[in-house]
Design a protein around this ligand. Structure first.
Ligand code: ATP
Length: 491
């Protein structure tokens, strides 16, 4: 349920740079933006550099980012980059990505291969933040090209000739190389039908203008290909769909819109918000499978500002379109400013306001895997039993019995989310200490002391544990005295 360290670090890195830079510059009043941008960048550099070094982030990525900041090349809302240095893009990549990038760049230059960097990495290059994954489009046979690159780099490749797609699997990275394609949706919410096509068609099928740009791999600083106004939307910090039925064709794009909006500190345009609301009201969310919705939740849970995204999704009525009970954002707000959050924390925050029946329905609607379903269910159970756990004279043994068998992640998340200090403290204490407590005496000890083999051994061990948890016995001698007392009580 937790993202691999590389992705968590990247998410934090992107967050730092985007907030430190775009946020600071964008918040400056228009007339002082240009003169202040440099100062803001310098302080952002200092804060960012220390933080990034602390995170152990790829030094190339840091140097690349700082280089962009120091030459004033970072796109501000007033000056989006239209020419992107390919060396700088390469400088922000991990080892495996660089190898693929350079191989494709060489081939594009030497053979005139029409291959382009597309989508997210172009958006991120314009913004001056390191890319997450690399996506390339080829006007031609992408699986064949990917196979050649993989052979050159002695790495693995997974090809799908029928779909014209390939994934180069190199070191810890997976790089997509796909044939430029056109998509059409046979019915709203269905998966698209695809056919090979031009770069223009390939960009036109994308979700948002900021993700519909391409970068040729020839020359030192090629010009961004931007047929849909992505650069100007970046300048205006706007998330805009490519056409007004975009969300009806693929309702999962509603989650994507919110994810980019909150990650980048942008705003979804008013037209796009209207389209989103219309799509929800028309019930298109119902046609999306649970697996597809769940994957969107999963992507959000992997973002460093996930709680904001979920709050926004609730505010727009999107989560209620997935299930009507997902409409209370108060528990999510408690997660603001918390670090090291995992999927279970967000699931628990969503689960707290739910009834057990709603929880079951949400689990089924999203086809949750067993571990997520357990977090949801046990968080709701914990809400129900919270008065028992936080009562003033509740014994530790009673708390432990009530919590026995409940999911640790649900307990940890409920402790984090609780507004009731006694409840939170007891849950945390349970996980840290009480759950680990065992009697000193074992079953063998009891049998040696004359306890007959059978269920009585287990019962006495439980009684010993309760007594130990409640502070009634402190050492082995005390435990033996209690066992003798129980034996004589039973005889
Ligand atoms: P991230 O930074 O989160 O990786 P990304 O933009 O690279 O963002 P991906 O999910 O990897 O996002 O998708 C790659 C590209 O494919 C996007 O930039 C977008 O152009 C396109 N895309 C992805 N999902 C959709 C979709 N549902 N509809 C249309 N285009 C999409």
């Amino acid at each position: 349920m937790v993202l691999p360290p590389k992705f968590r670090r990247l998410a934090v890195l992107r967050e730092l740079i985007v907030t430190a830079h775009v946020g600071i510059v964008a918040r400056a009043p228009q007339d002082v933006k240009a003169s202040n941008a440099g100062n803001s960048c310098v302080s952002a550099q200092r804060v960012g550099l220390l933080a990034l070094l602390g995170l152990g982030v790829n030094h190339n990525a840091i140097i690349w980012t700082l280089a962009l900041l120091s030459i004033g090349g970072i796109p501000t809302p007033d000056t989006p980059l239209t020419f992107i240095s390919l060396d700088r893009v390469a400088g922000g990549l991990s080892g495996g990505q660089v190898a693929v990038f350079n191989s494709l760049r060489r081939r594009a230059t030497a053979q005139g291969l029409p291959v382009y960097l597309v989508g997210g990495p172009v958006r991120d290059a314009v913004l001056g933040v390191p890319a997450n994954d690399l996506d390339f489009v080829l006007i031609g046979d992408a699986p064949a090209l990917a196979a050649e690159v993989a052979e050159e780099l002695a790495c693995k490749v997974i090809v799908h000739p029928r779909f014209g797609t390939a994934i180069i699997d190199i070191e810890d990275d997976r790089v997509d190389v796909v044939t430029a394609r056109k998509e059409s949706y046979p019915s709203p919410g269905s998966l698209p039908e695809v056919s090979a096509s031009s770069l223009e068609d390939d960009l036109a099928r994308r979700d948002f203008s900021v993700n519909a740009m391409a970068l040729p791999l020839v020359g030192d600083s090629p010009e961004v290909i931007d047929p849909h106004g992505g650069l100007s939307d970046i300048a205006n910090r706007t998330i805009r769909t490519m056409y007004s039925d975009s969300f009806t064709d693929d309702p999962t794009r509603m989650f994507r819109a919110i994810r980019y909006e909150q990650r980048l500190g942008f705003q979804i345009s008013s037209d796009t918000v209207s389209d989103l609301r219309r799509t929800i009201v028309s019930g298109y969310a119902d046609v999306v499978s649970g697996d597809r919705w769940r994957q969107e939740f999963q992507k959000i849970f992997g973002e460093s500002q996930a709680f904001k995204m979920l709050i926004r999704a609730i505010g727009l009525g999107l989560l209620a379109a997935v299930h009507p009970a997902l409409c209370d954002s108060r528990p999510l707000a408690i997660l603001a400013g918390e670090n090291g959050l995992a999927a279970s924390d967000y699931l628990a925050a969503l689960a707290i306001p739910l009834s057990p029946a709603d929880g079951e329905q949400v689990s089924r609607r999203l086809n949750l895997p067993a571990d997520w379903a357990r977090v949801l269910r046990d968080t709701i159970v914990l809400q129900d039993i919270s008065p028992l756990i936080s009562g003033p004279s509740v014994k530790v043994s009673a708390v432990c019995s009530a919590l026995e068998g409940l999911d640790d992640n649900a307990i940890a998340a409920s402790a984090r989310l609780s507004q009731e200090p006694q409840f939170a403290a007891r849950l945390a204490r349970y996980l840290e200490v009480w759950k680990q407590v065992r009697p000193r005496l074992t079953g063998d000890d009891l049998r040696t002391m004359g306890v007959p083999t059978g269920s009585m051994v287990g019962e006495i061990l439980r009684e010993l544990l309760s007594a130990k948890l409640d502070g009634l016995v402190g050492n082995e001698e005390g435990e033996r005295a209690l066992v003798n007392q129980i034996i004589s009580r039973g005889s």
